[in-house]
Ligand binder design. Structure first.
Ligand code: NAD
Length: 378
């Protein structure tokens, strides 16, 4: 494809999306009008009778409280109906704020009885990473679909057990990689696939923030702490999604400037990846440095995103002048609505468990490389 055409193709895409949106609204109007006379027309859809899936959040910490519960007030295909918490003092606050029924409140001990609760369709695991496998597997055995936060789990073996439990119990497993639901991220994934600038030669990506806490699970190895699983997966996703490939080798270096806090886990991880096409990536992640960007150098051009992995405002530009700047009302609401729709319509999830596993395979290799100071082949 000619470079000069690419900008116009993106503009065209905007126009096409707008047309599709209008066509969709027109179609929806037709169905509504038709159904007034022939109600059975609605039976032709394969969507389940349930209008909205009921979601129970497990773990009512920062992400559930500040992002997911508010986002669940904006969703069309799912709603907050239950909570699972080990902190009894949080129960009255959540019940009052979100109108949660007594029968939909669980603690970590009686959680398995959620199997008998038809109000809850999906269990969203928002706990420290070391607990993701246990609660995903328990939820699957209770017959509930599972949404699990990133990083999927500390080890590949955990991830595989989670995928197996969900398959065995015929429930779906989605990983909370909200960015893959963001059209700004989807835009650079598309460039990687369609290659208007030729092959990817180099990706540079970084994800980090200054974490001033001194005694949090992010600093605790047993609980699945360490920056690589927490923020590092955003830098890694940048490289994997921009190339559309899986790395074949990795070299990594762990470091800390605050050993009094980061003595069990790394504060900073730098890692370099090599891909089958010959593309390379240089990635950084840190709990000590604010950084949030992606740069992709292709054979005949470049693409930059900054911010790259924020909750909102992700945007970028390309060497041919194309601007990537889609606005969405709420990233987490879009993620949960799309995942709920996929469950209801029995279609593929955007980020299934297998995608979470792909990252953890590389994360394990990164830790091995940093510990042994050698290149690790994948
Ligand atoms: P948090 O520390 O604020 O909350 C953790 C919750 O787990 C708390 O309610 C805590 O009481 C509970 N918990 C139960 N057992 C615990 C134990 N043994 N130790 C510590 N806490 C325990 O953490 P968070 O920031 O809400 O992160 C939770 C998950 O969400 C993590 O997997 C994290 O990576 C993920 N997260 C994802 C995003 C995103 O953008 N997708 C953003 C933030 C967090």
């Amino acid at each position: 494809m000619e470079l000069s055409n690419f900008c116009s193709i993106f503009c065209l895409q905007f126009e096409t999306m707008e047309k599709q949106r209008r066509i969709f609204i027109q179609k929806a109007g037709l169905i509504a009008a038709a159904s007034a006379f022939t109600p059975q027309i609605l039976l032709s859809t394969n969507r389940s009778q349930k209008k909205k899936l009921g979601v129970a959040l497990v773990g009512l910490g920062y992400y559930s409280t500040d992002l997911l519960a508010p986002a669940l007030q904006l969703t069309n295909n799912c709603e907050l109906r239950g909570i699972v918490t080990g902190s009894p003092e949080k129960i009255p606050v959540w019940k009052e704020k979100y109108g949660i029924a007594d029968k939909n409140v669980y603690n970590y001990k009686n959680f398995d009885t959620i199997a008998n609760n038809p109000d809850i369709d999906v269990v969203y695991v928002v706990l420290p990473p070391s607990m993701h496998a246990e609660y995903t597997i328990r939820a699957a055995k209770a017959g509930k679909h599972v949404w699990c936060e990133k990083p999927m789990a500390p080890t590949v073996a955990d991830c595989e057990a989670m995928i197996k439990a969900c398959k065995d119990n015929k429930v779906k497993l989605a990983i909370g990689y909200r960015c893959q639901h963001d059209p700004n991220i989807q835009a650079y994934m598309k460039v990687g696939k369609e290659r208007p600038f030729g092959k990817v030669r180099m990706v540079t990506s970084a994800a980090g923030y200054f974490d001033g806490r001194t005694n949090h699970w992010k600093q605790n190895k047993k609980l699945g702490g360490g920056v690589m699983g927490d923020m590092g997966v955003y830098a890694l996703q940048g490289a994997r999604l921009a190339t559309g490939e899986e790395p074949i080798s990795v070299m990594a270096q762990a470091s800390t400037t605050r050993p009094e806090i980061y003595h069990e886990v790394e504060e900073t991880m730098m890692f370099q990846l090599e891909f089958p096409s010959g593309a390379r990536a240089s990635c950084q992640t840190s709990f000590g440095i604010n950084m949030n960007h992606l740069q992709v150098n292709y054979e005949k051009g470049w693409l930059k995103m900054e911010p790259h992995s924020s909750y909102n405002g992700n945007n970028g530009s390309m060497s041919d002048g194309t601007i990537i700047k889609f606005s969405i009302p709420n990233q987490q609401a879009k993620q949960m609505d799309e995942d709920a729709l996929a469950i209801m319509e029995k279609t593929d999830l955007i980020v299934p468990g297998e995608e979470g596993l792909r990252d953890i395979r590389v994360v394990e290799a990164i830790y091995k490389s940093a510990a042994q100071n050698c290149v690790v082949k994948l």
